[in-house]
Design a protein around this ligand. Structure first.
Ligand SMILES: [Zn+2]
Length: 53
């Protein structure tokens, strides 16, 4: 059964975690940028999984 393993690896490559501000509809790949935005704007940011083409 190699197929499930391959699919798991594929998912790892195709997706990444980003920070998202739903108030501004902005997304941040960098933890520091997300933290900065949070401090400056006092918005709550959420870590979400995104699919990268
Ligand atoms: Zn914001």
């Amino acid at each position: 059964m190699q197929y499930p393993y391959m699919q798991f690896m594929h998912t790892l490559v195709m997706s990444e975690m980003i920070w998202k501000c739903f108030r501004c509809n902005l997304s941040f790949k960098d933890d520091k940028l997300a933290e900065m935005h949070k401090e400056i704007s006092d918005h709550s940011i959420t870590k979400v999984k995104t699919i990268v083409a």
